[in-house]
Design a protein around this ligand. Structure first.
Ligand code: IMP
Ligand code: MG
Length: 180
């Protein structure tokens, strides 16, 4: 039996592969139309965004570049101390560019709010959040999510790039740990 089928029994399905693919295609169309031929810098927030990002960019028909934010502020990080760290090792040019920050899941919104604030200090032409999943019930204060795939409840979800203790990112669907 494959590892994947083994793993499947441990989960309750929330969003299947086809549904996710259809929604990502819609999001890509929306973004393509909103930016009408303007170049876009797509910045993935590692690691949870990488599966979603890979699918999303192939549904966007615009000139675009991709980078990744390599380290996000932890619970204990003082927002004033946090510095943007890109996977490329250097800060990509952001001034005057359209930036889309891509997340896998927005929970309290602390991460995306902080990243958006830091990016906006660099004077982009625009900067917005794109997330596959959003948990509006968990937001603390105002959270600016421009493009969202799906709303989920206040529960821990895994798969499609999202982990539980670094596992399950490879599951091709979104699910929750089953109680059985
Ligand atoms: P926030 O800063 O509270 O919005 O948390 C966002 C980060 O917490 C995400 O980038 C994820 O790494 C992690 N996270 C929050 N909820 C989940 C979940 O349900 N599954 C997996 N990771 C999650
Ligand atoms: Mg995680």
């Amino acid at each position: 039996m494959s590892e994947n089928r083994n793993q499947l029994q441990q989960f309750d399905l929330i969003l299947d592969q086809d549904r996710i693919a259809r929604r990502i295609a819609e999001m890509g169309k929306q973004i393509t139309s909103d930016y009408s031929d303007e170049p876009v810098l797509v910045v993935g927030v590692l690691k949870g965004s990488f599966v979603f990002l890979a699918d999303l960019i192939r549904q966007i028909d615009l000139p675009l570049e991709v980078d990744f934010i390599a380290s996000t502020p932890g619970e204990d990080t003082d927002p004033d101390e946090y510095e943007l760290e890109f996977a490329s090792g250097e800060l990509p040019p952001i001034k005057g560019r359209h930036v889309l920050i891509v997340e896998g899941v927005v929970d309290t919104g602390r991460t995306v709010n902080l990243l958006l604030g830091k990016i906006r200090q660099l004077e982009p032409a625009s900067a917005h959040i794109v997330t596959l999943l959003d948990k509006p019930g968990s937001h603390r204060g105002r959270v600016e999510v421009k493009y969202k795939g799906f709303t989920v409840g206040n529960e821990f979800v895994i798969g499609f790039g999202l982990d539980n203790a670094q596992k399950y990112r490879n599951l091709p669907f979104v699910g929750r740990m089953a109680d059985r």
